[in-house]
Ligand binder design. Structure first.
Ligand SMILES: [Zn+2]
Length: 319
């Protein structure tokens, strides 16, 4: 939206200078309770970029939900001087209720784009985002959290080769930024196809608050809003971009047992370095070292104590 035209979200048309909460119906619970996605739309009088700030496409990724909730509650979008913000704190209401990443049939919304209005539940939710929200926005900031027992160091991921996304990732200034090929049927891939830059923030572990991730997530949002000229003044705090990577690889458990990490997320490691141990629960066999696969930085690690052979233990990013 470079022109100050009405912003169309679902069936609402929001004029410049107006704010509105648009409720997009996406189904109901078996009990009949309606399920809606709430999109908070904020518009300045002056034309400018339309930024989509969203979270909870994976229903158990609470840090993202908390970041957008805090941004809304702290009135970060209330005084826009140009452009528009569409803030959706929770996309996957079903997963949130069930403490689950997916929707109840086990499908992942973020692997269901562009989706269909007559498809599976995940496909319908994806379709609602792709058809009713995406056309009205220019830039996407999508907040995620790590998995169950998988901690992600605060990082921005964006599509490899997309220069505008790379520029905005630098502005956001997370500790790490990682260029990745788009994942098939993901929101990032669809956004790229529409020519819209998308930043994916990752931080912390599902179902747990991580104070550092929430702080980095909010600080990056402030820098982005300021850089885009949407809020007055400079954002407080310098970008923290510590390192940029274009490759990453998982180190998996060489055997089953009790896992203890020695290095963890944020640490620099050398190829072949012993970064964790798999111990025999009976104490009778020798411990087996887990070795770094590359020289680089650990951008995510497992907090699981009991692991099987092949479980993902360390996510190492490198150049
Ligand atoms: Zn996620």
């Amino acid at each position: 939206m470079s022109e100050a035209l009405p912003l169309e979200i679902h069936k609402s048309s929001i004029a410049p200078g107006e704010d509105e909460v648009v409720k997009i119906p996406v189904g109901q619970l078996p009990s009949g309770n309606p399920i809606r996605i709430e999109a908070h739309v904020f518009r300045a009088e002056a034309p400018g970029p339309a930024l989509l700030v969203m979270a909870g496409i994976h229903g158990d990724e609470i840090n993202g939900v908390e970041i957008v909730r805090r941004a809304l509650q702290n009135g970060r979008f209330a005084e826009l001087q140009k452009g528009s913000v569409v803030a959706i704190p929770l996309v996957n209401v079903y997963g949130f209720v069930n403490r689950s990443r997916e929707v109840p049939d086990g499908k992942d919304i973020n692997r269901s784009f562009p989706g269909s209005s007559r498809g599976s539940l995940a496909s319908r939710l994806a379709n609602a985002l792709a058809k009713k929200v995406l056309p009205g926005v220019d830039i996407i900031l999508d907040y995620h959290t790590g998995g169950a027992n998988l901690y992600n160091y605060p990082q921005i991921r964006y599509s490899k080769g997309d220069e505008r996304s790379e520029e905005l990732a630098k502005v956001f200034g997370a500790p790490f930024s990682v260029a990745k090929a788009p994942i098939q049927k993901s929101f990032r891939k669809i956004a790229l196809e529409y020519g819209k830059p998308a930043l994916i923030f990752e931080g912390g572990e599902s179902q747990r608050y991580d104070a550092a991730s929430i702080e980095y997530g909010l600080a990056g949002l402030d820098r982005l809003l300021s850089y885009l000229g949407m809020v007055p003044g400079e954002a407080a705090g310098q970008p923290y971009l510590r390192q940029h990577f274009s490759h990453q690889s998982w180190v998996r458990s060489p055997k089953a047992g009790l896992f203890l990490w020695e290095k963890s997320s944020g640490d620099q490691v050398e190829k072949g370095e012993e970064i964790g141990w798999i111990n025999d629960p009976y104490g009778s066999k020798d411990s087996k070292a887990v070795k770094a696969s590359h020289t680089g930085c650990i951008i995510g690690h497992s907090n699981a104590a009991v692991v099987n052979q092949g479980d993902a233990l360390f996510h190492i990013a490198y150049e």
